[in-house]
Every structure is written in structure tokens, then in C-alpha cells.
Write a new protein. Structure first.
Length: 119
């Protein structure tokens, strides 16, 4: 199973970016898909997650600015980030909790994509 993330980059404060992540490989079913972020010296933190039923959860710091969306048929998850702030600067990782075709429940991570917000 692989998760391929894309869409990071450099943006000015107040701008927008859209991150995308596609899961591929020996996937039977995906439960949750989400985005986390990490800065040097800090723990990885949840940004947003969406379940198979469509419910969502956001970190308080991004509520009202970020929107997570998912295409279950395509095994993709996107993160639309608006009104970006310098404190949003981090490496963003997508994550999927899924059942493999070998009936194993596992968590997989994408390779990370850097988002830099300049002030």
C-alpha cells in the first residue's frame, strides 16, 4: 500500500493551498483518511480526519479555514487550506487506516509534503 501526497509549496499569509493524497495498492477498504502535520522538534499533530461515513474532525487551530474532503471510490483525500497563517508552516502527512487484501488492519503514511507560509 502506498500513499502519495502532493500540493505543498510556498504561499503568503492569507493565501490558499490544496493538498491531495491518493492511496493505492492492496487495499480492501479504507476507514479513516486524514492529514497530520509536524514541525521540527514537535510531535506530529492531527489537522483533519474524515471517516468512511463522512464525519469529520478538525484541530481547533484550523477550524473554519481548512476543509477535508474524500473520494471513497478513488481512495483519495484532499485538504483545502484557506487563510493560511505562518504558524501553519509544517510538513503535512496524509494517513489512512485501512484493511488490506490480506485482511490486516493497518495504518499507512504518505511521504510528507512541505507547506511554508510566509508573513
Amino acid at each position: 500500500v502506498q500513499l502519495q501526497a502532493s500540493g505543498g509549496g510556498l504561499v503568503q499569509a492569507g493565501g490558499s493551498l490544496r493538498l491531495s493524497c491518493a492511496a493505492s495498492g492492496s487495499i480492501f477498504s479504507i476507514f479513516d483518511m486524514g492529514w497530520y502535520r509536524q514541525t521540527p522538534g514537535k510531535q506530529r499533530e492531527l489537522v483533519a480526519v474524515t471517516t468512511r461515513t463522512g464525519s469529520t474532525k478538525y484541530a481547533d487551530s484550523v477550524k473554519g479555514r481548512f476543509t477535508i474532503s474524500r473520494d471513497i471510490a478513488k481512495n483519495t483525500v484532499d485538504l483545502q487550506m484557506n487563510r493560511l497563517k505562518p504558524e501553519d508552516t509544517a510538513t503535512y502527512y496524509c494517513n489512512a487506516e485501512l484493511i488490506t487484501t490480506l485482511s490486516l488492519r493497518q495504518s499507512f503514511w504518505g511521504q510528507g509534503t512541505l507547506v511554508t507560509v510566509s508573513s
